[in-house]
Design a protein around this ligand. Structure first.
Ligand SMILES: [Zn+2]
Length: 294
């Protein structure tokens, strides 16, 4: 993550230059002096709105990362634990930017612990670690339900839904399942990674993302669809839920990629290459030892 994404910076500079150019042209054509102070006002207003988010991010980065937060992450995030010092600094920076940007709220205004917020940000930071130009695709934020699950009518502590990734809405997570996903870091189950993968997948389809594989450049949506078909007609080490559809296939594969990448690589090297190119990283290089140091 960056304080200002390159794409945003380009348009901020472009519009900041266009406003005075258009204003001066209008002044030359009409000769009305009232245009000049209006122009200044418009430019100031535009810059204030355009730079609000980068300024908030800059302020967020000024806060030092709390020592207890680092200790907590070292004990809960195998990914953070496995990074070198430079990697941890960048990870902590992404965590702070995420917490500045993304609204995380408890259902019905229920208060949330800093540990819950930190784990959500840490999961996103791990997934974004190889993609510094990507942003967390969570414009509607994250909503946390108490307990292990909720049901189809969003009744808390009922049903068996641990998380959801609705299009055009916040990411929904059951807090107990979120915690459980980080408690066992090698079981290949992590509801946060699963649901966030759905949001990344949707963004990639929307933008027509291309991947550069050894076989050549491929379209993201077509490649993951083909890989899903292939898995449905062969032997797969992925949990059965991956067979539901190509979106679930990618979300389930992402959980394993970030939690237990070696068996995934050994059993399905082609799928592993696709995920490595998608996330632009190889978690095998980070997850060299588990949290107990073995
Ligand atoms: Zn899913």
């Amino acid at each position: 993550m960056r304080v200002i994404a390159r794409y945003d910076l380009f348009f901020i500079v472009l519009y900041a230059l266009l406003i005075p150019v258009v204003g001066v042209l209008v002044f030359c054509m009409t000769g009305r002096t009232v245009i000049l102070p209006l122009l200044l006002l418009l430019e100031a207003l535009y810059l204030m709105l355009a730079l609000r988010k980068p300024w908030q991010r800059r302020q967020g980065l000024r806060m030092s990362f709390p020592g207890e937060g680092r200790e907590f992450l070292l004990s809960r995030s195998a990914y953070f634990h496995g990074l070198d010092e430079a990697g941890r600094m960048r990870f902590e920076r992404d965590v702070r930017l995420f917490l500045v940007d993304v609204l995380i709220s408890g259902i019905g205004g229920r208060p949330l612990s800093w540990q819950t917020r930190l784990l959500i940000a840490a999961g996103a930071a791990a997934m974004l670690h190889g993609r510094p130009d990507w942003e967390p695709p969570l414009v509607d934020g994250v909503t946390i339900y108490p307990g292990m699950s909720f049901d189809r009518n969003y009744q808390v502590k009922k049903g068996n839904i641990a998380g959801q990734a609705p299009a055009g809405g916040p990411m929904l997570l059951a807090e107990g399942s979120l915690m459980q996903g980080f408690a066992d870091t090698e079981d290949g189950f992590n509801v946060l990674i699963h649901e966030l993968a759905h949001f990344f997948d949707r963004e990639a389809r929307k933008s027509g993302l291309k991947l550069r594989l050894r076989s050549g450049t491929v379209n993201w949506a077509e490649t993951i669809a083909r890989e899903w078909e292939r898995h449905n007609h062969g032997t797969s080490i992925l949990p059965a839920y991956a067979a539901q559809n190509e979106a679930e296939f990618f979300a389930v594969a992402s959980e394993m990629f970030f939690e237990n990448p070696r068996p995934l690589h050994d059993a399905h090297p082609e799928l592993f290459e696709i995920l490595r190119e998608f996330y632009q990283q190889d978690p095998r290089q980070v997850l060299v030892k588990n949290l107990r140091g073995n």
